[in-house]
Design a binder for this molecule. Structure first.
Ligand code: HEM
Length: 506
């Protein structure tokens, strides 16, 4: 009886303490268990959908407490804008992570750097090199080149389309970042960067390391049983430093050999040259980090969209046909579509937009962390709270997108013009506020040209089964990691007309 009373007392205290702070309530959420909170409620698979289910029960902001750490998942686009855009000054930090700091990833990889001086420094580097005018002035030829490589690769080895999409992004980032040109059949750089990304992904899996929950464990000596996380962190740090140094040195070699092509590296080196002593060394250190960070943040994301493009076109032949008719009308069959054609290709533009909505590449964007206590709609949002926008849920709102699972570019067309209006997925797929993706212009231009040129010269269709009937492909995505990729699928890619192959080769 006494035990039962004590348990009830502690439960009541816990609930009161959890719910009340500064006289305000935390947003609603599942009740949880004393001490461990909602550790068992927190989804580990189909995460965005499960969060959306919680929101149906608790409302647009759902509160979780995991071992004392506050987490709020936002299920409403309007609330996300209100907090993450309008109050961006207070909502632009990133959560603490022992592993990210031990691996040094949070020292130089912009998406992971805590809000503050270092983040501002990196953000400036990205703004200067990847803003819209920079992309339009300097980097369109690079995108043309890697897209041309993609078309040639698809022509020669269509079945390996998935590998070719990865190549486009490796080639694009190496050429824009460092001025390094890689061959169409490159394996060396692709493997190096892919392996680096994989080992990084392996250490950032939430819940993998106990030290994230009990940071005091980081004081254990490396040889101590259970301190394997230190060895893992060292391996990752060494691997990244190695890739970072190798690429930087190679990029510099191109410049030393007289290359006059503008790259992110050449812009950075010009700035370093204006500094002296420690300031120059610091700028160089930050710049090498920013460059390798470009690959880490920019490749897998755009690759996931591009793979989804092949899946969508195989599944929706009528969309493909409509886009190709537009391309034939506007561009004709004697040349490839280019950036200048974009304004005259509203439907192709709409295909790109719908692609980014249909497969939400970062279903929960990246977590933001709150820098000071706040209040919204009568609810208390504590300093340090992790705030996650459920971007996937925004993209599936049936009020905004009727039949949200369907791939329908016509959602963005009004009077024959591309008018995404308040349905524009670009308003949320690239994140929010001061943390909004700085690579969005590069991603957009890359997706436009690769999709437009591929549609122009190829037909994409599902493979045939043993009976000669098209395989029924499904919109199935691997949604349980930070980036959502389509699950493996096959498709058939063939030149659209007899002269298409010559046009590609010309
Ligand atoms: C389809 C392509 C892409 C998508 C959907 C995407 C999406 C995102 C999202 C959701 C965030 C988090 C924003 C937030 O915290 O609110 C982000 C951050 C970031 N992205 Fe992208 N991204 C894409 C391509 C790229 C590219 C091509 C680059 C670079 C070349 C890039 C570089 C970055 C960086 C550096 C950050 C961290 C910004 C910061 O924390 O201040 N991204 N991106």
């Amino acid at each position: 009886m006494i035990i039962w009373l004590c348990a009830t007392f502690f439960l009541v205290c816990y609930i009161i303490l959890r719910r009340r702070k500064l006289g305000l309530l935390f947003p609603p959420g599942p009740p949880g268990i004393p001490l461990i909170g909602n550790a068992f409620d927190f989804p580990t698979s189909n995460i965005a959908r499960r969060f959306h289910d919680f929101a149906k029960r608790y409302g647009p902001m759902v509160y979780f407490n995991i071992l004392g750490r506050s987490i709020i998942v936002i299920d409403s686009y309007d609330v996300a804008c209100e907090l993450l855009d309008k109050r961006s000054r207070s909502y632009s930090d990133r959560p603490d992570s022992v592993m990210l700091s031990l691996t040094s990833l949070s020292d130089f990889n912009l998406p992971l750097i805590k809000y503050g001086q270092r983040w501002r420094h990196h953000r400036r580097i990205f703004r200067q090199t990847l803003q819209l005018t920079s992309v339009n002035t300097h980097f369109l030829p690079n995108i043309r080149q890697v897209t041309h490589d993609l078309l040639l690769n698809l022509l020669e080895k269509p079945k390996a389309f998935s590998r070719h999409t990865s190549h486009v992004l490796v080639a694009s980032i190496l050429s824009i970042g460092y001025g390094i040109k890689i061959p169409r059949d490159d394996e060396y750089y692709g493997n190096m960067l892919h392996q680096t990304l994989k080992i990084v992904e392996a250490v950032v899996v939430p819940g993998k390391y106990l030290v994230e929950l009990f940071p005091a464990l980081q004081n254990l000596p490396g040889w101590f049983p259970g301190a394997g996380f230190k060895r893992d962190a060292n391996t990752v740090r060494e691997k990244i430093l190695d890739a970072r140094r190798t690429l930087y040195e190679e990029g510099k070699k191109y410049l030393d050999a007289g290359s006059s092509v503008e790259t992110m590296l050449s812009m950075m080196l010009r700035r370093i040259a204006t500094l002296e002593g420690d300031a120059a060394a610091d700028e160089e250190e930050q710049s090498t980090g920013a460059l390798i960070g470009t690959y880490m943040a920019g490749s897998d994301t755009t690759v996931a969209s591009l793979k989804a493009f092949f899946l969508a076109m195989s599944m929706y032949p009528e969309v493909q046909k409509k886009a190709q008719d537009e391309l034939d009308r506007v561009v004709g069959r004697t040349r490839l579509p280019d950036f200048d054609d974009r304004d005259s290709l509203p439907y192709v533009d709409a295909v790109v937009r719908e692609l980014t909505r249909w497969n939400i590449v970062a279903p929960l964007a990246l977590p933001h962390a709150v820098l000071e206590d706040d209040e919204y709609n009568g609810y208390y949002i504590p300093k340090g709270c992790i705030v996650m926008p459920n971007v996937w849920a925004f993209s599936r709102d049936p009020e905004v997108y009727p039949d949200p699972e369907a791939f329908d570019p016509d959602r963005y067309i009004e009077d024959g013009q591309f008018q995404p209006g308040n349905r524009d997925p670009y308003a949320y797929i690239f994140g929010f506020g001061r943390r909004i993706c700085p690579g969005r212009h590069l991603a957009d231009s890359t997706l436009f040209l690769t999709c437009a040129q591929t549609l122009h010269v190829f037909n994409i269709s599902p493979p045939l089964n043993g009976d000669g009937c098209p395989v029924q492909l499904e919109a199935s995505f691997d949604v349980d990691s930070v980036i959502s990729h389509p699950k493996d699928f096959d498709c058939v890619i063939e030149p659209r007309w007899a002269g298409a192959a010559d046009l590609i080769k010309s």
